[in-house]
Design a protein around this ligand. Sequence first.
Ligand code: DAK
Length: 259
Amino acid sequence: MENVLFEKRGHAALITIARPKALNALNSETLKELNEALDLISADSDIYCAIITGAGEKAFVAGADISEMKDMNVFEARNFGLLGNKVFRKIELLSIPVIAAVNGFALGGGCELALSCDIRIASENAKFGQPEVGLGITPGFGGTQRLARTVGVPKAKEMIYAGSNINSEEAYRVGLVNRVVPSDKLMDEVFAVANKIAANAPIAVQLCKTAINRGIQADIDTGLNFETEVFAECFASQDQKDAMEAFVEKRKVERFNNK
Ligand code: DAK
């Protein structure tokens, strides 16, 4: 892969979008490589948490690649939108939690990439925005849908209609990011969260992700029924037996085995 780096550290996978010449902007090639990296994660049952970040200190992802989009016709634009939406939906539906480590500009497709992750941790210099209307287009990788679901309809409408950026402090205030940390501490903090997640029972964590994601789109009774199902499913796992046995014996379970 040319524009996407993939590495494993313990039970965490790190995906880095690395196109420094364009502030990590997403062209079709990069989206395809990101898709490949996600497939590597899906195929590896030893990965319990993933992190997505951008290379360098200036940008997470400065958007979809404007140079590539510039001359697209309607047909090509639709295909580009379909590709981005397919990849970002794959992130959302990945069985394991995904953390966005937002280390600078997260604009347009960059903000949308962060929104498709479960948790967003931002550095102090991060900037978020959906500037598409200033380029004569609408957000095309989920921004009109996920931003409103995350920060609420009025704030999302203001950000999208005005195309103005918000800094990390405001992003925290409106609930777009989980926390803001000093830039030089970002990856340490993100790995600390990833390792904390990875230290819990993987099957239970993954079922929590599915239950939250499904429930949030459904009415409360459907959501609660689904929760009951996943709760029951945990009792088919060895990890549940080991952890509860350890608790009643007043010891800590040594480690979970994802079984
Ligand atoms: N695409 C391509 N190249 C980009 C880029 C981008 N999004 N962002 C930055 N670059 C390139 C710059 O052109 C420059 O390249 P060179 O001139 O050095 O060759 C290099 O990165 C460094 O950028 P700057 O020189 O501009 O750096 P500054 O510090 O001065 O400014 C900036 C940083 C982030 C404020 C500025 O680069 C900027 O405004 N970038 C564009 C941000 C933006 O508008 N992003 C949203 C893109 S639109 C859809 C599908 C997808 C989408 C919509 C619809 N459908 C199919 C329906 C998504 C749209 C978007 O994401």
